[in-house]
Design a protein around this ligand. Structure first.
Ligand code: PA5
Length: 403
């Protein structure tokens, strides 16, 4: 299902000698993974517990039957995972072809956006899912206030109970208080699961299910990624070695634009988890072949600060034949990926290549869990605590003071 090539375009950073250097640390890895209280997201059987999944499936069905527009409010880990999966697994232009239409908000402070969004949905039948573990995040709180003002102008209290769904901490925070005060439907975010590791909690799963994706099959993929973690370890070691070689940026590269949001999710996962103590690799992303005509120049001939991790999709669900080359467009896309890795290696930019057979629930479920596990192992190997994000708290504090 998934192929890992951590060798052809990387000068083999996994030689016996290099691996020996990690032996001692790795001998205690299982203990670290199994005893760390922040690892609850890796217990996928608990996350996909029958009671939770039935509630999510039933609520998703209710939403699909009862609105034309589903608004999802949240920022960072409270929306990037669901957006990644929804974009990867739905057809392009899904909002033009599917019902309900799904719009994201609460992840910026653009008044133009809210103006245009509210214009767009004013005559529509709307259901809202606000997602915030803390309930205090500025962008999501402002979004919630704006959307609630709109919703209250359109629906009475009884109707709002059928249209507002809150995903937040089980006990604490202002949003939990909203649930208690108004009787809104709610989902609980487990207190021991951080935002960027929460895609397989109701944070991610409810919007994903509303978009028509089979969440049980996501579980199948995620579960597989927990069963054997050899490649997660290898990728973590490669990142640590790249860093030692002075590589301070990693580009996540996709050749399928549907994976743009997946790369955004990856950027958050790695930046917030490992960008600490004035250490870490800056994650960036390229959507090729588009970016070969812009950033590609930098990669080939510019400052050698980066390496790339390429995610290929080998088979398309829709094959288009290009007679000029006697090949399918997907074959040409994959040849472009291989050719680019060859060229970039010549330009001293090394590439890890991860290939999935096709875009489906299992492969995406696998990749999400694969990267979460590998990221944590990477932190463990380099003595960086992958959990928490105090740096983000600093900016929040500074804005609050200014406000
Ligand atoms: O990974 C994280 O924990 C963060 O990115 C949070 O998800 C983000 O800051 C949003 O927080 P909250 O869900 O509390 O609004």
């Amino acid at each position: 299902m998934i192929k890992f090539d951590f060798k052809t375009y990387t000068n083999d950073l996994l030689s016996d000698e290099i691996l020996r250097g990690y032996e001692k640390k790795l001998s205690n890895l299982d203990n670290f993974l199994n005893t760390n209280p922040n690892m609850a997201w890796n217990e996928v059987d608990n996350l996909f517990d029958e009671t939770i999944i039935s509630d999510i499936d039933a609520t998703a069905q209710y939403i699909k039957n009862n609105c034309d527009v589903f608004l999802v409010l949240g920022i960072g880990g409270s929306f990037l995972g669901s957006k990644a999966v929804i974009d990867a697994l739905n057809p392009y232009f899904y909002n033009e072809t599917k019902n309900p239409k799904i719009y994201f908000a609460g992840n910026h402070l653009s008044s133009d956006y809210y103006h245009d969004l509210l214009e767009l949905v004013k005559d529509k039948n709307v259901i809202v899912n606000v997602i915030s573990k803390s309930g205090t995040t500025l962008e999501t709180s402002i979004g919630y206030d704006l959307i609630m003002t709109f919703m209250k102008s359109k629906y009475n209290d009884e109707e709002l109970k059928k249209r507002i769904i809150i995903t937040t901490d089980k006990e604490h925070g202002t949003l939990r208080q909203e649930v208690i005060n108004n009787g809104y439907k709610s989902f609980a975010i487990p207190s021991d699961i951080g935002g960027r590791f929460s895609v397989f909690t109701p944070v991610g799963l409810l919007p994903i299910a509303v978009s028509g994706i089979n969440i049980k099959r996501l579980y199948d993929g995620a579960k597989k990624a927990t069963e054997n973690i050899d490649n997660q370890i290898k990728y973590a070691i490669i990142r640590a070695e790249m860093y030692k070689k002075g590589k301070t940026a990693e580009a996540f590269v996709v050749y399928e634009p549907k994976l743009y949001s997946f790369a955004e999710w990856l950027k958050q996962l790695y930046a917030e988890s490992l960008g600490k103590g004035e250490k870490g690799i800056l994650p960036i992303s390229f959507v090729n072949t588009k970016d070969l005509h812009s950033s590609g120049q930098f990669v080939q001939e510019g400052n050698k600060i980066l390496f790339e991790t390429v995610i290929n999709v080998l088979i398309s669900n829709n094959n288009i034949y290009i007679s000029k080359y006697n090949k399918t467009l997907t074959d040409i896309n994959n040849i472009a990926s291989t050719g680019t890795s060859i060229a970039h290696k010549k330009g001293n930019v090394l590439n890890n290549v991860i290939s999935i057979e096709s875009l489906n629930e299992e492969s995406i479920g696998f990749l999400l869990q694969f990267f979460m596990i590998s990221c944590v192992i990477n932190g463990y190997l380099e003595d960086i605590n992958p959990f928490g994000q105090n740096g983000v708290e600093e900016y929040k504090k500074a804005i609050k003071e200014l406000l």
